[in-house]
Ligand binder design. Sequence first.
Ligand SMILES: [Zn+2]
Length: 238
Amino acid sequence: MSPLAISATDRVFVLTGAGVSAESGLPTFRASDGLWEGHRIEDVCTPEALARNPALVWDFYSKRRLAAQRAEPNAAHAALADLERRLGDRFLLCTQNVDDLHERAGSLRLIHMHGELKKSRCEEECGRPPVEDGGVYGSLDEVPRCACGAMLRPHIVFFGEMPLEMGLIQEEIRRATLMLVVGTSGSVYPAANFVRWAGLAGARTVYLGPERPSNASAFSQIVEGRAGEVLPELLSAG
Ligand SMILES: [Zn+2]
């Protein structure tokens, strides 16, 4: 495998997905059986679930927090942080993952489009910003309250909710000359559309993952492999 050619004028937009976290041992939602750690998505990852059974939703996300705290960044996270050090502000990383493994590997220019496990926010949308909260709660009584008195909820984009920072993401994709998509199946929208937006803006588009994505035809180049094994070589300075 030869390293990706990245010139001094390239602007690189990277999208990472569940496959990158999975290589650090964090289990992901599997479309094959529709379950995530034994739960149906609609029971733990929707606004309706939060309204119906907040204790179950908080229990689920408390366990996700605990698992993420115990996981370590892998070679793919490290390779992306290295690339950012080379490119500076010509680099942006957008992740669908809610863990903090990219930050812990050293990434700075980072957008969490699906939210962050380590934060909570007001359930009533009172306007206060998300707060740092890595708490693991055994019962609903332990969950802190917003300053307005309402319950806090995980700062996670549930199914059926709008991803975060879409305006900034679209602007950055328009400016990018190279898009690299790593470890995401190409079936979750709007992220699955990013490659088309980048292609329309004239960017090269490269996919890396263990199998061909469902939107493979939209890419200029497909690289099949595990991110932690392939990315360090693909992103080496050559
Ligand atoms: Zn509030």
